[in-house]
Design a protein around this ligand. Sequence first.
Ligand SMILES: Cc1cc2nc3c(=O)[nH]c(=O)nc-3n(C[C@H](O)[C@H](O)[C@H](O)COP(=O)(O)OP(=O)(O)OC[C@H]3O[C@@H](n4cnc5c(N)ncnc54)[C@H](O)[C@@H]3O)c2cc1C
Length: 446
Amino acid sequence: MTYDLAVLGSGFGGSLCALIAKKQGKNVILFDKSTHPRFAIGESSTPQADLMLAQLADTYELEYLKPFASYGSWKRNYPDIPCGPKRGFSYFNHQPDGGELLVAANMDLEHADTHWYRSSFDTFLAAEVRNAEIPLIENVEVNVVQSDDHCIQFNNESIEANFVIDATGGSNPLNIEQSQNIHTNTRALFAHFGGVAHWGDLHPNDKHPFQSHHSALHHIIEGGWMYVLHFDNGVTSAGFVLDIEHHPITEETPEEEWERLLGLYPDIASQFKQSTQKTPLVKTTRMQRKSVRCAGSNWAMLPSAAYLIDPLHSTGNAHTLFCIERLMHAFLNQEPLDRYEQLLFSECSLIDELVSGSYGAMRHFDSFVNFTMLYFAGADFSERKRMEEGHSHFLNSQDEQYRAVVSHWAHEARLGQPIPNLKDEIAPWNCVGLCDESKQNMYDYA
Ligand SMILES: Cc1cc2nc3c(=O)[nH]c(=O)nc-3n(C[C@H](O)[C@H](O)[C@H](O)COP(=O)(O)OP(=O)(O)OC[C@H]3O[C@@H](n4cnc5c(N)ncnc54)[C@H](O)[C@@H]3O)c2cc1C
C-alpha cells in the first residue's frame, strides 16, 4: 500500500500533522512505538502556542481544536480533559539576593493559557485520528528504508510513503547525523506529583498581579531552577532543570537527588511536604541535541525531533505549532522545504541564545530579570504581529536587529557579566512597558 504521508510519533505534533493532511484529502498513516494514554512531558502553553492552535483550527477546519486555545473555553467544552490555568510566568529566587518576578500573559482566567495534561490531551487527538479513519499503528518499532518512496517496515509488514514526518521527539528513526553545537548545557529531574501545596496559598502577596501558582512557576536556585505546573485534577508536574557546570551528573538515584535538592531549599520543600509521587522520577543526562538537517525533498522533522534545548521559557509546544503551520503548507502545496529548515534552525539558535543567556544571568536575580525581558519582548511582539497581520515568525526570530541585541547580551550573560536594565535596547519591540522599574517586577497584563 502506498500512502501520501507517513507520520512517525503520535504526540500532539504528529497527530495534528496527520489530521491536517487527512482533512486536505491526503492518504495518511500514523505510527507510535507506545500506546495512548501514556505519560508525556511538555505541558505549559503560551500566548503564541494558543494563537497558533486557534489559527490551525480555523485554517484546516478542525473545529474541535479551537476550545483548547484558552482556559475558559477548554473547561467549558472539555471538562473531562484535565488542564491547569496559566495566567503568566512567575519566578521566585531562592538564592541569597532573593526577589520575585511575575509577568502576566493574559487578562483573566477565562482568557488564560493552559497547562496541557498531555496523556489526556494526546489521547483525545489520537481518538480524533481514528475518527478521521487514519490508521494509527501503536506499539511498533518502525524501520525506514529511505528512497524516492520511503519503505516503512513494521511487524513483518511494509508500506510505502511518498513523504515521512518524524514527530518522535528525538528517537531519530531517519538516522540523521547529530551536532553538539549548542550553548545551553543542562539536565532535568522530573515527575508528576499529587498533594503539592499552592505557592500562592503558602506565600500570599497582594502585590502579585495574579495567583502566583496559576502560572508556569519557576523557583530559581543556585545553578538552575524548578518548574511547578498545577493541573485542576490535583496533579502537579514538577522538575528541576540544572546547569551541568554547577550540578554535574551524579551517581545518585533520581529519588536520592530529588530529596537532596529539596533539602537544600526548605521553602520549596514545604510545598512538597504532603506530596506523593504519581509517576517515576525521570533523571536525564545532558538534554541538548540537534540534528544537522531537519528536512529533505520527501521528509521533515518537527522541532522536538530535530532539537531539544531546555524547558525554560516554554518554547517547545509553541515552536512545534509554528513549524506545523509551515510544514503542512509546504507539504500540501508541494513546495521545497529549504525555508522550513532554515527557519527551524534559525529559531533553535535564537532559543539557545535566550536560554543560555538566562542561565548565565541566573546567579544575580536582577541580571536574570533584566535578561529575561529580551524573551518577553520578542514573544509579545511576535504575538501582537500575528494578531494584527495574521502571521509572524516565532519569537520575532527574523528581525536582525532584535537578534543582534539578544546575541550581544546572551554573550555577556554567559561570561557572567552583570546585565543592566535593557529598556532602551528593547524599545522597538517593547509594546507593554517591560523594564519599568516602577513596576517592581510585577507586570499586570497590558
Ligand atoms: C523536561 C521537559 C519539560 C518540558 N516542558 C515544556 C513546557 O512546559 N512547555 C513546552 O512548550 N514545551 C516543553 N517541553 C518540550 C515538549 O516536550 C515538546 O515541545 C513536545 O513534547 C513536542 O511534542 P511532539 O508531539 O512533537 O513530541 P512528543 O510529545 O515527544 O511525542 C513523541 C511521540 O513519538 C513516539 N515515538 C518515540 N519514538 C518513536 C519511534 N521510533 N517510532 C514511533 N513513535 C515514536 C512517542 O511514544 C510519543 O508518542 C519540555 C521538554 C522537556 C524535556
